[in-house]
Write a protein that binds this ligand. Structure first.
Ligand SMILES: [Zn+2]
Length: 534
């Protein structure tokens, strides 16, 4: 049997991580992402792994997004020395993304430590450092998609295009047991049909078990064409007012999609003659990687290249790497398009642009990505009249355009269509989605295809046999997170035992008898207490 423990993106959208144990004793990991979104969720990044990282032979990485790759530096720091098998563009994109993530971890820890010092508390260590991130990069072992990978006798794998971001992959895994073969498919994050830049998701026809993402399992997106016209409308609005157009965007894929669409407007003669700034060092690095990897483009992007254009370049486009170049953008009056991170307006250079422009009537803020609850971006989308930026109350007088159609995720229809290609009847595990989205997609799959579905819980262990499944009850009591809590629990246990023994001694003294066992127990407790006190 194959055991798969769902250690992330089970009942949530972040922290993707599946621990696979083969009948031959191989230990494989599929994705190793960061938990994101609020203190409670992020605390999971610090928990015990639930396995020994040193014993993992292979990590299959579906794509570069941090919620799939962001704990790799920690995995390596904690002892993992195996191979990371992924597509070449994913390996390339992980370089700037993981270094950036490590930098954020270091800054967060430093900020928290400074706060702690003022309250005479201990310093906080970062989850991992830039040095840890640099060290894990040597473990990447890129393999082109569509090639069969012999992991060992009885275990094979293959990456297929997932059409989500550059290099994103679906994982097909074959595991033999007692002469029978079992096929498990991990969808990774799936893209939309006809998504910009990347090719459509590969259709898979057979599997015994399918782990299917459900991010938008209960939603439909608007079309690209609608979204493009809305973007053009925003540009025309602020150009006519001689003000700036701010576009907060995620560094990988969304930024390149926006550049791609702006390039299209330009070639069609629809763009006003204003400067366009890509004001994000991470997005600049990611765009360079997109430019280098032309062979992974879809037909439409390829055709632009064949006509002699770069899909991510325009005569007016400026890359502002240095901070002083970024500052200079707001020193110049007049209209301009500014694409900056981060995508939810909570950190990064976009905050400076909000401070300078959000209060200006005629300016526009174009929201092209998902805004999580509690973020500045979400508050603006929900109609806040003013928001806090760098501790200052800034009025929202710019026009806010919320454009929902640039998502790189398949929506419910896309997911159902993709799941409809299976000719075998896989058992479907709905993962990588909020519980409502997983449930809704599962119900539809059951209704339309009559397939057996299940929404695994976080830490749930699935036992996969050819065409059979059983799930162990997930551990309710969570593992002690660190040595400190281990010791604390030990002391509490000892105190309880001591109390019981004291009571026993009192009654025993009265009866003038203490058994040999009880004497041994006392001796043991004395030794234990001594170790704790030492
Ligand atoms: Zn993703």
């Amino acid at each position: 049997m194959v055991r798969i423990t769902c250690l992330g993106a089970a009942g949530s959208v972040t922290g993707s991580c599946y621990f696979v144990e083969t009948p031959g004793g191989r230990k494989i990991l599929v994705d190793c992402g960061l938990f994101q979104g609020g203190r409670h969720m992020e605390a999971r990044n610090w928990e015990n792994w639930g396995f020994d990282p040193a014993q993992i032979d292979i990590l299959f990485l579906t794509h570069a997004h941090i919620d799939h790759s962001g704990r790799i530096p920690k995995l390596a720091k904690d002892g993992f020395t195996g191979r990371i098998i992924t597509s070449p563009p994913t390996a390339e994109l992980c370089n700037p993304l993981l270094l950036d993530s490590a930098h954020i971890q270091e800054m967060d820890a430093e900020w928290q430590s400074r706060k702690n010092r003022r309250q005479s508390k201990n310093d906080i260590m970062p989850l991992y450092t830039v040095e840890d991130a640099e060290a894990c990069l040597s473990l990447f072992s890129p393999v082109e998609r569509d090639q069969l990978i012999e992991v060992e006798t009885g275990v094979k794998a293959r990456l297929r295009n997932a059409g989500h971001i550059l290099g994103s992959s679906i994982l097909e895994l074959w595991i033999d047991e007692g002469g029978e073969s079992m096929k498990i498919v991990f969808s990774g994050d799936l893209g939309r049909k006809d998504q910009l830049i990347v090719q459509d998701p590969h259709e898979i026809f057979n599997a015994d078990y399918l782990f299917l993402e459900s991010t938008y399992g209960n939603r439909q997106h608007r079309t690209f064409e609608d979204s493009k016209s809305e973007l053009l409308e925003a540009i025309q609005y602020s150009t006519s007012h001689n003000e700036k157009i701010m576009i907060p965007a995620f560094a990988v894929e969304r930024t390149q999609e926006i550049l791609y669409v702006l390039g299209e407007f330009q070639r069609q003669g629809m763009m006003p003659d204003i400067p366009i700034y890509l004001d994000s060092p991470l997005a600049i690095k990611a765009t360079e990687i997109f430019r280098k990897n032309k062979k992974y483009y879809d037909k439409e992007a390829q055709a632009i290249v064949d006509e002699g254009f770069d899909p991510f370049d325009m005569p007016n486009l400026r890359f502002t790497l240095a901070t002083k170049e970024s500052i200079a953008i707001n020193e110049k009056a007049g209209s301009a398009i500014v694409i900056a991170g981060n995508g939810m307006c909570t950190a990064g250079r976009i905050k400076h642009h909000l401070k300078h422009n959000l209060w200006r009537p005629g300016a526009s803020l174009v929201i092209v990505g998902y805004q999580a609850g509690g973020t500045t971006g979400r508050r603006i989308v929900e109609g806040a009249k003013h928001v806090k930026v760098f501790g200052e109350n800034v009025s929202v007088r710019a026009k806010v355009f919320t454009i929902g159609g640039f998502s790189a995720h398949a929506d419910q229809n896309d997911l159902l269509q993709w799941a409809g290609h299976f000719e075998t009847r896989p058992r479907v595990f709905l993962v990588h989605g909020e519980p409502a989205a997983c449930q809704a997609l599962g119900d539809k799959i059951k209704e339309i295809y009559n397939l057996d579905t299940h929404v695994p819980l976080w830490k749930e262990r699935l036992i996969l046999k050819p065409k059979e499944v059983a799930s162990e009850v997930p551990e309710i009591r969570e593992q002690p997170a660190d040595v400190e809590s281990l010791l604390l629990n030990g002391v509490i246990d000892l105190e309880k035992q001591l109390k019981a023994l004291k009571k026993r001694i009192k009654t025993a003294a009265a009866q003038d008898k203490l058994t040999g066992d009880e004497l041994d127990q006392l001796k043991y407790l004395q030794e234990e207490l001594q170790t704790v006190l030492d």
